[in-house]
Design a protein around this ligand. Structure first.
Ligand SMILES: [Zn+2]
Length: 316
């Protein structure tokens, strides 16, 4: 099997388009006893997105970036199209978005008119979880949690090899687990949510409390690398709060693995030891033996690979 997929990752602050080649290796599948394709990212193009954008604005960006990657790999050679959506979507409609200008947007219709190919859409964090299960560290893992930690925190839950959506489609909102009583104000209106405390802006706020200096989380990671004490303390606290929250989640879901992606995962070595300690301290040990918490095996392109994975029968 060989398939060329046009993949689009609409993130909360950036958009990435790419052409991805999926190939099936029968010998490897036989050995792994499951049907997993290999991937190769042939070409990508990306741009930042403004906070306010209309439906037309989003479509114009998609056309621009896909035109760019299709120059080298023309549409006639593409088998299907996968798109990840920030916010909530069903299989035809983008229902809710973090952008102010988009609500109940029938995006699949517009994509079908443009590309005349089978179109698959999915929430971006769920797509990352699906990609990790097909291409990454969760092949042959049926029950796992995916967490994206960047400017916000989103989660995806795979149970029995399938995305668990919940009654209204909003499952896996780990970002709004309450972790600090009367803590930082969260975008959801509550205080002390994991997202408010542990996503990028929360990391900046904590560091500012220690030092009086407000800098982005990525810069704090650089200072941690240089051994600066307050930067190391900030990530130690990050790990502690995260570990506690993940233990609570594990006590409910009993996953085999927890995978962490997003920009903050790049500071792994600074927060992972404290996270692991706090996690072990708070899980019901006998019920949760050997749960592994790992950074994503898919790196920066996890969501783009997620968009490609949606087009596979195992990705739906
Ligand atoms: Zn919240």
């Amino acid at each position: 099997m060989e398939k060329r997929i046009l993949a689009v990752d609409i993130g909360g602050s950036k958009m990435l388009a790419g052409v991805i080649l999926l190939t099936e290796n029968e010998e490897k599948n036989r050995l792994e006893q499951k049907k997993y394709p290999d991937f190769e990212i042939l070409k990508t193009a990306g741009e930042c997105l403004p906070v306010e954008i209309s439906e037309t604005g989003i479509l114009e960006k998609i056309w621009k970036l896909t035109d760019d990657v299709l120059k080298e790999y023309p549409l006639e050679t593409i088998d299907s199209v996968g798109v990840t959506i920030p916010g909530l979507a069903n299989d035809r409609v983008w229902i809710y978005a973090p952008f102010s200008g988009i609500q109940n947007f029938p995006i699949v219709e517009a994509l079908e008119r443009r590309f005349r190919k089978p179109i698959f859409i999915e929430n971006d964090v769920n797509a990352c979880a699906i990609a990790e299960g097909i291409f990454g560290a969760c092949r042959n893992v049926n029950d796992f949690i995916w967490l994206t930690i960047s400017n916000g925190i989103g989660g995806g839950i795979i149970l029995d090899g399938k995305i668990y959506r919940g009654s209204l489609g909003f499952s896996g909102e780990f970002g709004h687990l309450n972790v600090v009583e009367n803590g930082e104000l969260c975008g959801c209106g509550n205080r002390g949510c994991l997202e408010a405390e542990c996503a990028g802006p929360g990391i900046s706020r904590f560091y500012a409390r220690l030092t009086g200096e407000r800098i982005p989380a990525a810069d704090i990671a650089k200072r941690a690398q240089e051994g600066e004490e307050n930067a190391l303390k900030t990530f130690e606290r990050e790990g502690k709060v995260l570990g506690h929250a993940l233990a609570n989640a594990s006590n409910i879901l009993n996953p085999a693995k927890i995978i962490i992606g997003g920009g903050v995962a790049r500071a792994w070595k600074f927060f992972a030891p404290a996270m692991e300690r706090e996690f072990q301290k708070n899980i019901f040990q006998r019920a949760n033996v050997n749960i592994k918490i790992e950074p994503t095996a898919l790196g920066y392109e996890a969501a783009l690979l997620g968009a490609a994975a949606l087009t596979l029968p195992t990705g739906q």
